[in-house]
Design a protein around this ligand. Structure first.
Ligand SMILES: Cc1ncc(COP(=O)(O)O)c(C=O)c1O
Length: 408
């Protein structure tokens, strides 16, 4: 395991050419694409054309003329190809939190008589908060159980089990097909949060018989800060699902201005208000780029990057108290790697000051994402070398690096 080995892996990398499709600052090793993906080169020209021509010159005619009104379904249809779904089963809209509210409410509507939702303790907090809020207004019960108790918690009263496919902190990957089958065996539905999966792992919602899913656009899809999220409703549920954010874009005829809500007959009933066209255009640029890559090759390279990072860190930073969090095995994980350390926050700041960008997750986790379209194996080598220097010299041990910013 030396730099030459990493460079040989780069020379054989079939995805290497994608790096040029991104604006990456010189000298930066960006290991945070699992939080905010970098800027694709195609995005700024696309937004410039949209703003100047479609908005600036064509104004309101662009809703029809430039296809703005179809953007949620069009972009959703493209995302569908990345997650093993069909066009017509996915829309790009709102945030992941809002979409989870809609699909979880939808699950309650699909399982009348069942009043419980099950999720795991330690799930990404917005998911738990949204489910708490939904259960409060719906008169339902949220069961938050330990990960190894999830399957046993699904019973005759369970409408849905809600899990994040790849855990935001540990990168642990749920067996989507297995959990979905277990939920179905008890008459419940399975809802998957694919925020750390889409654009990273070659997930197949149809093969897993998944019912509902959500995910975000600003991580591996490189859709930009606050990019619209997406949601999936399996075709078999679309006729019956109801959701309470019954805005006009989910109506069967938004421009009929009827006095009462009548849901669209298809996936559009999961929409709510006016689509954010600028955000959708940036997201579409990221998704178009992702669609050019073979998802299986993306997954394989990402897992190999993670594996190299784990092995190099454990070998070269041994004795400095960094403990791998989450699974080591490739088939049990996603594309970020977390190490626990009591000084994790300061370590991450010291790395950022040296051009290696990761992030910190409370209380003690330094997290590094390995997005396959622009990272090289040599970057992994260099990042670990800088980490080794930081640890060996305790370069993180300064008041400056210990002072917490609002976003970690
Ligand atoms: C698993 C998961 N769900 C949801 C979100 C965020 O949701 P939202 O798009 O509503 O901010 C994140 C953000 O990191 C996440 O990791």
């Amino acid at each position: 395991m030396d730099l030459a080995h990493a460079e040989a892996l780069d020379a054989a990398d079939t995805l290497a050419g994608f790096r040029d499709a991104f604006e990456l600052p010189q000298g930066l090793i960006y290991l945070d694409g699992n939080s905010l993906g970098p800027l694709p080169r195609a995005t700024a020209p696309r937004l410039d054309a949209l703003v100047r021509r479609e908005w600036g010159e064509k104004l309101i005619t662009s809703w029809n003329g430039a296809g703005w009104i179809e953007a949620p379904e069009r972009v959703g249809g493209k995302i569908a190809r990345l997650i093993g779904a069909k066009a017509g089963e996915v829309v790009a809209a709102d945030s992941t939190s809002t979409n989870l509210f809609k699909v979880a409410a939808g699950a309650l509507s699909l399982r009348p008589g069942r009043r419980t939702i099950v999720t795991e303790r330690g799930n990404f907090h917005t998911d738990i908060y949204v489910l708490e809020g939904l259960c409060a207004v719906a008169g339902a019960t949220l069961k938050v159980v330990e990960p190894d108790e999830v399957l046993a918690a699904i019973d005759d009263d369970t409408a849905a089990v809600v899990l994040t496919h790849v855990h935001y902190k540990t990168a642990r990957r749920w067996d989507m097909a297995g959990v979905t089958a277990a939920a179905h065996a008890r008459g419940a539905l399975a809802i998957w949060d694919l925020s750390h999966t889409t654009g990273a792992l070659a997930v197949d919602l149809h093969a897993a018989r998944a019912d509902l899913a959500v995910g975000c656009g600003y991580k591996y899809l490189n859709g930009g800060p606050g990019a619209p999220a997406f949601l999936f409703v399996a075709e078999r549920h679309q006729g019956a699902i109801a959701q309470p954010l019954s805005g006009w874009m989910g109506h069967a005829a938004p421009f009929a201005f009827e006095d009462s809500y009548r849901p669209a007959g298809d996936i559009r009933r999961l929409l709510c208000g006016t689509p954010p066209i600028l955000g959708l255009a940036a997201l579409e640029a990221g998704v178009d780029l992702q669609l050019q890559a073979d998802p299986k090759a993306v997954e394989a390279k990402g897992l190999a990057l993670c594996d190299l990072f784990i092995r190099l860190t454990e070998a070269r930073c041994a004795g400095h108290g960094l403990e791998l969090v989450g699974p080591r095995e490739a088939d049990a994980r996603g594309l970020h790697v977390s190490f626990a350390h009591p000084d994790a926050y300061a370590i991450v700041q010291a790395l950022i000051a040296r051009g290696v960008v990761g992030d910190f997750r409370d209380p003690d986790v330094a997290r590094f994402g390995f997005s396959p379209l622009y990272l090289r194996f040599a970057d992994v080598w260099d990042a670990v070398e800088i980490l080794r220097e930081v640890m060996a010299a305790r370069a993180f041990d300064t008041p400056e690096f210990r002072s917490r910013a609002a976003v970690t």
